[in-house]
Design a protein around this ligand. Structure first.
Ligand code: NIG
Ligand code: FE
Length: 389
């Protein structure tokens, strides 16, 4: 069965060879044909082939579904009180992670699965059709493995983050915890994960520990990604580039050498403005990274502590307003940028052969995502050609 989406006022293909070219490969008055869950044809509406079914986009904007390449969605509990305290002047320390660890350990599998399903559904209704999900609120062999097992039922993009912080039981023996994370816990988690991640930061894991954890994960076939340079300057970004990590995430405190490393390597700089918003921290400088030639992705970092938003549209709006990105750059980073951070070529673009993940906006242009912040602009969402919203 084939479906024609026609009368698309403005189509973001992310293929610079399309339409008027530019970063987004914008095509005006466009149409898209979907067959068997993939894009079969893209071009001007006037030239579209005949199909079984037809959907009239009524002049609105169509873009690839968002690719949220950084989220922490397997958890229980709530940290409203911590957020409230921050908004009264307290600093974010990541110490609250342990509050969520306690609540998550106490939750049943069914509760964790239901929470995760709720967040994935919430994201989908806002146009996110690919989402990554990390463990990291279990911090025991059993709890990390179950988090990944539960996550894997919802997304193939699962990340082993046993190295989120040192588990409370190992507070006096961080080296022992690193041994666990690189040994028995890795054995239990590797079958359920695609990626390995570490929070490389003062108070979490230092450069040597992070290197040991990422290297051990890579030996088991997991591809590294790193929580790097979020709260302070540090070795995370350079380590990520050196190890060929898919992504260095946060990138808030960067030296010129960090920026140069990101610009020279294949490691994507994933920026998470929800975290700076919710911790009242200075935003990362996307302009500096883009001007240097780095590939930038935008993601939500959705988690109950530092960034409790599942809205990619919100991240796009903040990135434009606060991080020096143009609307085109921000939409690019939230779609194909995220796909690059996940090393995916089948999502994040509307090109022949790509998965038919589509977001129709209640707006004539993708620019409205930044121009109309906070407004629910999702008109329809298709994932693999199936209408979901
Ligand atoms: O990416 N930085 C470390 N991890 C999360 C925060 C987790 C939490 O506070 O619960 C982040 O921001
Ligand atoms: Fe994170």
């Amino acid at each position: 069965m084939s479906l024609l989406l026609t009368n698309v006022g403005s189509l973001v293909t992310n293929d610079p060879a399309q339409g008027s070219g530019g970063l987004l490969g914008l095509v005006q008055d466009a149409a898209v044909v979907v067959e068997h869950g993939t894009i079969a044809w893209v071009g001007p509406a006037a030239a579209a082939p005949a199909t079984d079914e037809r959907f009239d986009a009524e002049g609105r904007a169509l873009l690839p579904g968002f690719v949220d390449s950084h989220a922490h969605l397997v958890f229980a509990g709530d940290r409203t009180a911590e957020f409230n305290a921050r908004m009264s002047g307290q600093a974010y320390t990541a110490g609250g992670i342990r509050t969520t660890v306690a609540a998550t350990r106490a939750a049943t599998d069914t509760e964790l699965d239901a929470n995760l399903a709720r967040f994935v559904g919430e994201a989908l209704r806002q146009g996110t059709t690919t989402i990554e999900c990390k463990s990291g609120y279990g911090l025991t062999v059993e709890d990390e493995a179950r988090a990944l097992r539960i996550a894997a039922a919802h997304t193939p993009e699962t990340t082993y983050l046993g190295a989120h912080v040192v588990a409370p039981e190992y507070a006096d023996d961080p080296a022992g915890y690193v041994d666990l994370v690189t040994g028995e816990m890795l054995d239990a988690c590797a079958p359920h994960a695609r990626w390995v991640d570490v929070f490389c930061e003062n108070g979490a894991f230092d450069g040597d520990q992070a290197r040991a954890i990422l290297t051990a994960g890579a030996k088991r076939g997991l591809i590294p990604r790193v929580h790097a340079n979020q709260l302070s300057y540090g070795p995370g970004v350079q380590l990520a580039v050196e190890l060929g990590a898919a992504s260095a995430d946060h990138c808030t405190h960067l030296t010129d050498a960090d920026v140069a490393a990101l610009a020279s390597g294949d490691t994507v700089a994933t920026l998470l403005p929800g975290a700076e918003f919710s911790t009242r921290a200075p935003y990362p400088d996307a302009r500096r990274l883009i001007d240097a030639g780095a590939t930038v992705a935008l993601s939500t970092d959705c988690n109950p502590g530092s960034s409790f938003t599942s809205s990619m549209a919100f991240c796009v709006a903040v990135a434009v307003r606060e991080m020096g990105m143009t609307p085109d750059e921000a939409v690019h980073a939230a779609t194909v940028g995220g796909a690059r951070a996940l090393r995916r070529t089948d999502v994040g673009r509307i090109t022949v052969g790509a998965r038919a993940d589509l977001l129709l906006l209640d707006a004539p242009s993708h620019v409205h995502l930044a121009y109309r912040p906070g407004v629910p602009l999702t008109a329809a969402v298709w994932r693999a050609g199936v209408r979901e919203v």
